[in-house]
Design a protein around this ligand. Structure first.
Ligand code: SIN
Length: 507
């Protein structure tokens, strides 16, 4: 019987794959180089994946390029069936996928399983979108018999999908589901911290009948990732780059996609970047609902989602009550620990550097006058565990006011007027998500319309859904994922104009 920390827990051990996927085959790096993947809950090595080079990345690009010539012409219904079959297999293997995800990313098993179901929902959604890509007929010209104009949507080509570690499954399916539905082929570059979830998903895609070369996975260590990113963005065969991650890396990739290197091409880009979400609670809010919303929106994935509430603005009339209730529930309900253990509600952060950043936000705030109601330190089996923390008396000069914490630290600001809340909420370069709690429907609507963000949760802390457009404005990026818009990111519109028949003399 296996004693391997992941294999021993899987019903189907063949889903744990220490290779990359190029041109329809599971392969190792020609150099033999690998990188270790560690479990953040105990720092134990759970396996190793190939540290691929630029040469192998180019092989994956070529494979996707060759596959595109036929995949683009598959019937939309056929692509729909492929995605639906992939969806069924992901759902059937959700328990195993959750085990792999928890081991490499750290989120508790129940939450990991929730992510797998969320990930599968994108495959289901885009299986339904694939046959529903319509064009237009355009009434053109200003005289009878003028040109006829129609538009058709065409798959853009080979796509590079660069995905993060915080949602190792859902960010892959949100991109790949849309790309494949459109008729594109892809190279997935998963985060160096979480390659095994990507491999398990792609193995299930193979079993669903994904044709050779359509879906490739290039694994690489964190250190080697910039070189792979440069290869993907400089290849003339890649037509689209979709990235989820930090604003700094997003800006770099966008520069690289602008073709400023010899022979470089201009690529279509979608960027889902950092957030710094405001969470506004007005005096007239349903306070229990607001606390519930904060628990979910702030502490999901231990505060490591791009849409996590980062700055909580609470109106003076309910500030003390809200902060006491939030702290009480965090103290009473949250159990920090190894995500694979029963009873754990919150796992470690992805690594000790992430924990150090969250801790430094707490220290900075406390030095400048903040009060710790609960939590406040790094503590646990590894240096990646940060106690779920609630801080009061937060002010705009503290780092937490302007930087994304990406950890389980809720900083509570006090405000008096609606105008003040709006001014504070919008005073950031980021614009991904925001949350508003108020029973006054006019106020809720007014504030939602005035927030400079891509998504607003009104009286809810949950905004993620395959049917809802996901994306931001300002330094949080552009492009929309999921929803009816998601597939557009992988298509281009072709306009076909049929010249008017030359009218002969009627005489
Ligand atoms: C993200 O953090 O990038 C994704 C969050 C989500 O889809 O809910």
């Amino acid at each position: 019987m296996s004693t391997h920390p992941v294999l021993s827990k899987l019903k189907d051990a063949s889903l744990f794959i220490e290779k990359g996927h190029i041109d329809g085959a599971w392969v190792t790096a020609a150099s033999g180089k690998t990188f270790d993947v560690l479990n953040p809950a105990n720092d134990q090595r759970i396996g190793a994946c190939p540290d691929f080079s630029v040469a192998e990345t180019n092989r994956a690009i070529n494979a996707a390029h060759n596959a595109f010539s036929s995949f683009r012409d598959t019937a939309p219904r056929e692509r729909a069936r492929l995605l639906r079959c992939w969806y069924d297999l992901v759902m059937a293997n959700a328990d195993d996928l959750a085990v792999v995800l928890t081991a490499e990313m750290g989120k508790p098993l129940a939450e990991a399983r929730g992510e797998v179901v969320y990930a599968a929902s994108f495959l289901e959604w885009f299986s339904e979108e694939a046959p529903r890509v319509y064009g237009d007929t355009v009434p053109a010209g200003n005289r009878p018999g003028a040109s006829q104009v129609v538009t058709v949507r065409e798959p853009i080509g080979v796509c590079a999908l660069v995905t993060p570690w915080n949602f190792p499954a859902a960010m892959i399916t949100r991109k790949a589901g849309a790309a494949l539905a459109a008729g594109c082929t892809a190279i997935i570059k998963p985060a160096g911290e979480t390659p095994f979830t990507a491999n398990a998903l792609v193995e299930l895609a193979r079993r669903a009948g994904m044709p050779r070369g359509v879906l490739n996975v290039v694994t690489a260590s964190t250190a080697n990732t910039p070189a792979i990113g440069a290869a993907l963005t400089s290849s003339p065969l890649v037509h689209k780059v979709s990235f989820t991650g930090s604003t700094a890396v997003g800006k770099l990739l966008m520069q690289q996609c602008a073709g400023n290197t010899p022979g470089g091409t201009l690529k279509k880009v979608s960027l889902e970047l950092g957030g710094n979400a405001p969470f506004i609670v007005f005096d007239d809010a349903d306070l229990e609902a607001a606390v519930e919303g904060a628990l979910i929106s702030k502490f999901r994935a231990s505060g490591q989602t791009c849409v996590c509430a980062n700055r909580l603005y609470i109106q003076s009339g309910v500030y003390d009550k809200f902060s006491a209730r939030l702290a009480e529930r965090v103290r009473r309900e949250f159990v920090l620990g190894d995500g694979s253990k029963a009873g754990t509600t919150h796992g470690p952060l992805i690594h000790s550097r992430a924990a150090a950043k969250a801790e430094s936000h707490v220290h900075d705030a406390v030095q400048k006058g903040a009060k710790v109601l609960v939590g406040g330190s790094v503590t646990g089996a590894t240096a990646a565990f940060v106690q779920p923390t609630v801080l009061t008396n937060i002010t705009s000069d503290m780092r937490i006011a302007s930087e994304e914490t990406f950890g389980p630290v809720a900083g509570l600001f006090r405000f008096d007027t609606e105008a003040e809340a709006l001014q504070l909420a919008n005073s950031t370069e980021f614009g991904l998500a925001a949350y508003v709690f108020s029973r006054d429907v006019h106020r809720a609507w007014r504030v939602a319309r005035s927030l400079d963000v891509g998504m607003v949760g009104l009286n809810t802390g949950i905004i993620s859904d395959a049917a809802a457009p996901f994306g931001g404005v300002k330094s949080s990026g552009f492009g929309r994922e999921g929803s009816k818009y998601g597939i557009e990111e992988y298509m281009s519109v072709k306009t076909i104009t049929l010249g008017a028949e030359r009218v002969q003399s009627r005489l």
